[in-house]
Design a protein around this ligand. Sequence first.
Ligand code: FES
Length: 114
Amino acid sequence: MPGSSDDYVRVMPVDEIAEAEIYEFEVDGEPRILTRVGDEIFACDGICTHEYAELAEGEIEDHVVYCPLHGSGFDLRTGAVTSLPAVTPLPIYDVKIEGGQVFVSRRPRGESGA
Ligand code: FES
């Protein structure tokens, strides 16, 4: 499929991702974060949707990432806001594992990419 390999970017080896640690990376100059909860790996935007805060400085608890600035929570599975003051969902990226490496989709889930 032409271009399909461009749809995902390689981030890091899966066995280097510790539970509830936050890893920063960039795609096309935009900050993203990666974390592990149990056996699942999640990737989302690195900047809070409320004001400007880097979620890499935040905390993971269960399936929620908490913003370091005003404490909004976002569900890593859906991007949904779990606690105010943010009201806009966080863009979430699909994750796949191939050959022991984590790959993250270039575009947020739900965006066609056409
Ligand atoms: S900047 Fe994240 S909750 Fe305000």
